[in-house]
Write a protein that binds this ligand. Sequence first.
Ligand code: GMT
Length: 377
Amino acid sequence: MEKLKVGVICYPSLGGSGVVATELGKMMADKGHEMHYITSSKPFRFLDAHQNIQFHEVKIDGYSVFKYPPYDIALANRIAEVIETEKLDLLHVHYAVPHAVSAALGKDMANSTIGVITTLHGTDVTILGHDPGLRNTVRYGIDKSTITTAVSESLRLETLELIQPKKDLVTIYNFIDENKYHPVNPGTLKSDFGIKSDEKVIVHISNFRKVKRIPDIIESFRGVLKEIDAKLLLVGDGPEKVEMEALVMELGLQAQVIFTGKRDDLPELLAISDVMFHLSEKEAFGLVLLEALACGLPSVATDVGGIPEVIEDGVNGFLVQVGDTNAATQKALLLLKDDDLRATFRENGLITAADKFHSSTIVNQYEKLYYEVAGNK
Ligand code: GMT
């Protein structure tokens, strides 16, 4: 079949949507498709060296007359240019707001009929969609797209209910790069952190946004400490970090809680951990939970959004209600005190990652949509 030229628009940041957009582009490029990233800066896992991947920077000056630089317009302008110069077959945009809206405008500027696939990752619907001022814009972005996908069935249903778009959505789960996420030997990493070999480790990885409820993680961990010796690794960075450092000080937990900052060695960090805590109040998918499953690490996570589609309660992890820190403590203790239970969950998790979320299955689902949309040009 003829190879396609795809324009990709995503947030080139350290979030799950950026990871999915870049991993997908890399795998599509490996299949021979030409992937054109139209972004403000290079996505962090961008493969400069790949011959089928090109980067088209969106340049925006901070004009002093504008309080906010018009990024979405500059993006639309660049999309229009790239549609024409590269003769794109389709656009794949991540997030309805602002990217699907910029894509609609860019397409119009270029007088083009190419199709647009929009992938919803959650925040645009579960957070922006609740803002009456933005709900119509989210709907506009979706309705202007040829096909809209959601990263979980929960997100698909919530979007239909809240946004009421004209067409149904297609659920395509997230995936991870199995070459990176698999059980690894962490070497001396545990002792490098000053953690004793017989101490248990709980890990939380996120962008430290309020929605991740890190105080609940610290509180649940405090409950664990009442019964066993353990360390909490808080991996990542974001708006809540300074406040969380202050909270840890206030609780006198500096010796037990380690803030690692952003790290690239996630498989090694998962390998030295015994349980992951992920206690968000909203989560369309929870990519980090899949990364943990693929590395053989069970999680205690909240029963919200798409999480139950990744974590099967009592099979590869445990689910608790949002805010129920006592339940999170008890479930973590169950796992931490029982090596056999952890081993069973580990095996089950590896199977979930390999069967339900294998990259080849997911990438093929996207490729099928790419051909469908390109065929309608
Ligand atoms: O959760 C975040 O803060 C980041 C956000 C993003 O843009 O990466 O995550 C969303 O997309 C991820 C990839 O599809 C999902 O795994 C996350 O669950 C989703 N976040 C929310 O729904 C809050």
